[in-house]
Design a protein around this ligand. Structure first.
Ligand code: NI
Length: 338
C-alpha cells in the first residue's frame, strides 16, 4: 500500500515535470523498475526459490480470483526452478512472466509483504525487511487436529480474552466440515497450517499420496479462508526427505510435547507444558480435547507471569521459514527427513 502510494507520487511528479516542461527530471516510474535474477534474489538458495514459487501460486489464485476448485491446477503451473531466470522489481512487488498456463495469466506481481524473510533484504522496501528479533521471551502455542465444532470456538474466546495468538494445524477433513470456524481462527489474528487431509502417517503412504493429502487440505483451507496455508505439520511429525521436497512448504515440528492426548487431564497438561517450556519453543497441544482447551487459560497466565509473549509460528520464526526445511523452535531447524 505504502509502495503504491509512493509510486503514485512518483508518477505525479513525472507528470507535473512534463507539464512544466522540466525535461531534466527523469521519468520516475521507469527508473524504479530493476531486472534481477532469482540467483541474486535468493543468494542461490533453492529453499528460497521454492518459497518464491509458493508465493507465486498464492498470487496466481488471488490475481485471477480463482475458486477453490482451481487450487490443484495452480500446482501444475510451470514456475522458475533456475537461478538464471529473471524477474523485475517494481514499486508494487516482484513481477514475473509465466509460461502458458490454464489460468491464462501471463504476468504476476507478488507483493513484497509476501516475500518478507524469503528474499534478500536489499531487494525489499524498508517496511518488508526482516530485522533481528529476540526470541528468548517468545513462545508459540500450536493446536492440532481441529477445527472442532465447540472446542475450537471456546479456545478462540480464551485467546481473545488474554489478547494472544496461536497457530492451528488443521486437517482438511475438519476444515471442509467447519469452514466458518477456520475463518474465525484467521479473523482472530491466528495462523492456520496444514495437518494433512485425514491424518495418515506420511512415512508409510509414499510421495504421491502425501502430495495429494497436502494439496487437498490446501484447497479446503483456501476455500475456507481465501489463502493458501504457509506451513505443513505432518501427522506424528513424520515426513520423508522426498515428500518434504515435493510439498514445497515449510514443515513445522515442535520442541515441547504436552502429551495432552495421552493424559486427557487438565492439571497434567498444565504441568507438562510449564515444566518444559522455554523461550523460542513451539508447544504442541490439541484443540479436539476438552481437557486441553480447559488447560489453556492457566498455561497462558503462567507463561505471561514468567514474562513470555505468546506469538504465532510466523512471528517466532521471523517470517523466515522455508520449504524443504523443518523447524522445531526459533533456533532449531534442519533439512526435512534428516
Ligand atoms: Ni495430529
Amino acid at each position: 500500500m505504502r509502495q503504491r502510494r509512493w509510486y503514485g507520487i512518483g508518477l505525479l511528479v513525472a507528470v507535473v515535470a512534463l507539464v512544466l516542461g522540466a525535461g531534466a527530471l527523469p521519468a520516475q516510474a521507469k527508473s524504479t523498475n530493476k531486472t534481477v535474477t532469482f540467483g541474486q534474489l535468493t543468494n542461490k538458495n533453492t529453499h528460497r526459490l521454492a518459497a518464491i514459487r509458493q508465493a507465486a501460486r498464492q498470487q496466481i489464485l488471488k490475481q485471477t480470483h480463482a475458486k477453490g476448485s482451481r487450487v490443484n491446477a495452480v500446482y501444475k503451473v510451470k514456475l522458475p526452478t533456475h537461478m538464471t531466470k529473471k524477474a523485475t522489481l517494481t514499486p508494487q512487488g516482484l513481477r514475473m512472466n509465466l509460461l502458458a498456463n490454464t489460468f491464462k495469466v501471463k504476468q504476476i506481481t507478488i507483493p513484497y509483504t509476501q516475500l518478507k524473510g524469503k528474499v534478500g533484504n536489499r531487494y525489499l522496501p524498508k517496511a518488508n525487511r526482516t530485522t533481528a528479533i529476540k526470541t528468548t521471551k517468545m513462545v508459540a502455542l500450536t493446536f492440532d487436529d481441529g477445527p472442532d465444532k465447540t472446542l475450537t470456538p471456546r479456545l478462540l474466546k480464551t485467546l481473545k480474552k488474554y489478547k494472544v495468538h496461536a497457530t492451528f494445524f488443521e486437517t482438511g477433513q475438519n476444515v471442509s466440515r467447519y469452514p466458518k470456524i477456520s475463518r474465525a481462527v484467521v479473523a482472530g489474528g491466528n495462523e492456520i497450517g496444514n495437518h494433512s487431509w485425514n491424518h495418515p502417517n506420511f512415512n508409510s503412504i509414499g510421495t504421491a499420496k502425501t502430495v495429494s493429502q497436502v494439496t487437498r487440505t490446501n484447497r479446503a483451507i483456501y476455500q475456507a479462508t481465501g489463502s493458501l496455508p504457509q506451513y505443513v505439520r505432518p501427522p506424528y511429525g513424520n515426513i520423508t526427505a522426498a515428500e518434504g521436497r515435493a510439498i514445497e512448504q515449510p514443515v513445522i515440528r515442535w520442541s515441547v510435547d504436552s502429551r495432552d492426548w495421552a493424559y486427557l487431564n487438565k492439571n497434567k497438561d498444565i504441568n507438562e507444558v510449564m515444566k518444559d517450556t522455554r523461550g523460542g519453543d513451539i508447544v504442541l497441544m490439541h484443540d479436539i480435547h476438552a481437557q486441553s482447551v480447559a488447560a489453556v487459560p492457566t498455561i497462558i497466565k503462567r507463561l505471561k507471569a514468567k514474562g513470555y509473549k505468546l506469538v504465532t509460528v510466523s512471528q517466532l520464526l521471523n517470517s523466515q521459514a522455508l520449504p524443504g526445511l523443518q523447524y522445531f523452535g526459533a533456533h532449531d531447524y534442519r533439512t526435512v527427513g534428516k
